[in-house]
Design a protein around this ligand. Structure first.
Ligand code: FES
Ligand code: FES
Length: 163
């Protein structure tokens, strides 16, 4: 570690964590390098691609645009936590069933963004889904299958079932 360091206490995926962190380290680098939570990916590092999407205090953020130091006292949920809790099990199954991923590089961020939309409760239109996911780039799928999967889960959740 070089430069100025800070002591940080936060809750990550339900676990209270205290770490010393470089003041300049981004949240996504902290998660990946210091906590070995490598499900959040690093693509553009400029807030454009959405690969680094995680949840901080209930809201999705770009992990590459936020400093770890800004998360002192915060609650952070990564794709590992969302997956382990079963919160997005239906979305994960729908992505698999509908071939909504190929290389999978965008998928953690895509799932986090999709869950952010669906937890609002209403069934979004396909245009709403596209709009909400427009900050998450996928270089493989052409998006159609992703929208299909998210739409199917939205409809299934509205009926109280699984996709
Ligand atoms: S790596 Fe953060 S938005 Fe691309
Ligand atoms: S599945 Fe490859 S970037 Fe989306």
């Amino acid at each position: 570690m070089s430069g100025y360091a800070l002591d940080l206490t936060l809750t990550v995926n339900g676990e209270r964590i205290s770490e010393r962190v470089d003041a300049r380290k981004t949240l996504v680098d902290f998660l990946r390098e210091d906590l070995a939570l490598t499900g959040s990916h690093v693509g553009c590092e400029h807030g454009v691609c959405g690969a680094c999407t995680v949840r901080v205090d209930g809201e999705i953020v770009r992990g590459c645009l936020m400093l770890a130091a800004q998360c002192d006292g915060a609650t952070v949920d990564t794709i590992e936590g969302m997956s382990d809790s079963g919160e997005i099990a239906d979305l994960q199954a729908a992505f698999e069933q509908r071939n909504a991923l190929q290389c999978g590089y965008c998928t953690p961020g895509m799932l986090a963004a999709a869950q952010d939309l669906l937890k609002r409760g209403a069934v979004p239109s396909r245009d709403d889904i596209r709009e909400h996911l427009s900050g998450n780039y996928c270089r493989c799928t052409g998006y159609h299958a992703i929208v299909d999967a998210v739409e199917a889960v939205a409809q299934a959740r509205a009926k109280g079932g699984r996709s």
